[in-house]
Design a protein around this ligand. Sequence first.
Ligand code: COA
Length: 260
Amino acid sequence: MTFDTLLYEIDGPVATITINLPDRLNALNAPCKRELAGVLGAIRSDPGVHAVVLTGAGEKAFMAGTDIGELTALDTVTGKEFSSDGQSIFDTVQHLGKPVIAAVNGYALGGGCEMALACHLRIAAEHARFGQPEVNLGIIPGYGGTQRLARTVGPGRAAEMILTGAMVDAAEALKIGLVNRVVPKGDLRKEADTLARAIAEKGQLAVRMALKALNAVFELPLSEGLRVEAGLFGELCGTGDFREGTTAFLEKRKPVFKGE
Ligand code: COA
């Protein structure tokens, strides 16, 4: 598959998507969002892809937000549609059914921070910077930032980032739980790839159900989330992967999961 705004590589069970608009600091424009929606659909239906790494081209930016040039024509009606359409692509990332790891290689601002938040895991290079600077443009985050940031770092810290528009550096992002780990710039892609491959080796049914249960944290009260967890746990107990995992442990060998 070839794209104008993305690079897409598959190496064994790991797919890597690179937003490839480095001259614009990988700011998301309409063609890029269309291509992203297309590639996510292809990944969802490709049984060979077990994990995804998402990053930005160049060394300066993961994504510096939505393309601000595209915002200027929006009005009350088209603005709402713009936000809803973007939210639906970011929802697709969160509900892809396969783990998506953001390899944050620089600025993750506005939609870039929101994209990282829609991913399941975030690894940042030491020079990464995160922020929701929309208030400086007279708007608010519109691709899920008010909701996912607050659920990830807590409402107080989210309020500070969203109301001031100030950036946080990678060390601060680690401290507040916005990223899973921070690594030297040169190690970022390798770390993300290694993590993706470690997850890709696990039983894929268990990974998918774990993501489903984790997504329930965003959407359901605890009592309902616990019911979802019990249901998914039960479903997995009826699978060949469960038989294989438990038998392999008792036979002191490595399990061979078939995803069935
Ligand atoms: N939309 C459109 N273009 C963008 C952009 C965005 N979100 N972010 C950066 N660019 C463009 C710049 O206009 C510039 O284009 P030019 O070379 O034609 O002038 C190019 O990318 C490089 O950016 P520049 O601002 O020169 O780099 P910098 O190192 O001085 O600053 C940032 C980097 C990230 C601090 C700055 O670009 C910025 O604040 N970007 C906007 C971030 C933002 O508000 N995002 C939320 C949007 S809703």
